[in-house]
Design a protein around this ligand. Structure first.
Ligand code: AMP
Length: 215
């Protein structure tokens, strides 16, 4: 399966993407996850990216394109891949298209997850993650048994630095002005499938599964 999960921040790309990739035994490739790890390790890329991510802005194209080229160079995409959060601009989409053509591993489908902005703000600002194992929670929709503590390992839950309301609104604006402009590029290829993600997570996941059943 060669799939791109597309949509605004907070529509569920990360949650559903991790689950689907794990079930299919293919890599879940998220530029956001790779960038956060680079910041944690204070690599040269992490140091450069931190300032952009901290404000909710986009990291420059050449940095994220470099990350994706390096990631696809690992040679573990023979069975497929699931992309999440890349591409986010038209130049990134062009670079990805060229890279996948070179590797003879073109996208089979783009799942476009759709959700109203007002619901996204509520979802993202309530999002919490285990500092250690990365398990996602929500202060209203997916509470841990003990407030602020991971059910699995008892470690503290944290909020992402860019999940505050002001930064979420900046990220949504970037999505609507820059990222959504990519959709026609994939529509022309006839590979876009729309999924209503303004529903219970399990229901959304079942729809996703049926959309990719033939891939
Ligand atoms: P995400 O985890 O996908 O929501 O990404 C978190 C942040 O990482 C974004 O708000 C951007 O600052 C940065 N980022 C992730 N992927 C990209 C990308 N493809 N292009 C530019 N910036 C990105």
């Amino acid at each position: 399966m060669r799939l791109l999960l597309f949509g605004a921040p907070g529509v569920g790309k990360g949650t559903h993407g991790k689950r689907l990739a794990q079930e299919r035994g293919i890599p879940h490739i998220s530029t956001g996850d790779i960038l956060r790890e680079s910041i944690r390790l204070a690599t040269p890329v992490g140091v450069k990216a931190k300032a952009y991510m901290g404000t909710g802005g986009l990291v420059p194209d050449e940095i994220v394109i470099g990350i994706i080229e390096e990631r696809f160079g690992k040679g573990d995409v023979g069975k497929g891949y699931l992309l999440d959060g890349f591409p986010r601009t038209v130049p990134q989409a062009d670079a990805l298209h060229a890279l996948l053509a070179r590797l003879a591993r073109p996208l089979q489908a783009v799942l476009l997850l759709e959700c109203p902005d007002s619901a996204i703000v509520e979802r993202i600002t309530g999002r919490r993650t285990c500092e250690k194992c990365g398990t996602p929670y929500h202060v209203i929709f997916q509470k841990p048994r003990q407030e602020g503590i991971c059910d699995l390992d008892g470690v503290r839950l944290v909020q992402r630095e860019d999940d505050t309301e002001v930064k979420v609104r900046t990220r949504l604006a970037k999505y609507h002005t820059e990222t959504a402009a990519i959709i026609p590029f994939y529509e022309k290829q006839g590979i876009v499938r729309r999924v209503d993600s303004f529903r219970a997570p399990d229901e959304v996941y079942r729809t996703i599964e049926s959309e990719v059943a033939n891939l």
